[in-house]
Write a protein that binds this ligand. Sequence first.
Ligand SMILES: C[S@@+](CC[C@H](N)C(=O)[O-])C[C@H]1O[C@@H](n2cnc3c(N)ncnc32)[C@H](O)[C@@H]1O
Length: 232
Amino acid sequence: MSSLPEAPEKRAAVKSMFDRIAPRYDTLNRMLTLGLDQHWRRKSLDAAGVKAGDVVLDIACGTGDLSEQCAARGARVIGTDFAREMLRGASRRGIAADFVQGDAERLPIPDSSIDVVTCGFALRNFGSLDTAFSEIGRVLRPGGRISLLDVDRPGSRLVAAVHSFHFDRIVPFVGGLMSDRQAYRYLPESTVYLPEANEMRAMLEKHGLVEVEQRRFLFGTAQLWLGRKGDA
Ligand SMILES: C[S@@+](CC[C@H](N)C(=O)[O-])C[C@H]1O[C@@H](n2cnc3c(N)ncnc32)[C@H](O)[C@@H]1O
């Protein structure tokens, strides 16, 4: 049986789910991906050229993994998330960043003030991706960049079968033992919320992003969206 919430209640369901799983979130991420999650975060920041002096907005920052890596590069980081317990986890880590509670679909950030918007593994959780992308377009300064990372489903049937065993069986099983079964069933199932690449690209372009590019990691098990805000 699916554990995916219907659109009207998705926002509240996602928020309370992340508040519940926050205490074990980092440990389970590292265990279930064997540390690959941090490797992909690093690659996503390399690809977007995040560097000292950049003003970075890490949307849906959770417990601050991407914020921490951006701060370590000397960027000035603002992390925002709507789940209070995830943000509490971020604040406890002593990361050199400002953490602010806020919704990715109504960012508490002025227009054209951000050099790089980062997002790790959260796109599929948004109630409306279109609204979140419109907010990203609004807060980026002209020339500002995006680095949006999420999971994906591999194309090759053989890889897909191995990946599905891990993602759809092991993840909910181990997540259920150590944290919250329903949440760790939702996390793999929620990939269906992610649109096809063409639709994703069109949505980003509609909100002023140019040179939009998708990169895929490890046989297509993760995807990264790059681009920059046009000058017009
Ligand atoms: C899978 S976690 C990813 C956290 C972090 N970015 C990382 O790389 O580990 C997804 C995060 O998205 C947040 N989130 C989902 N929808 C959101 C929204 N509309 N506004 C703000 N945060 C949201 C959740 O609270 C959660 O912390």
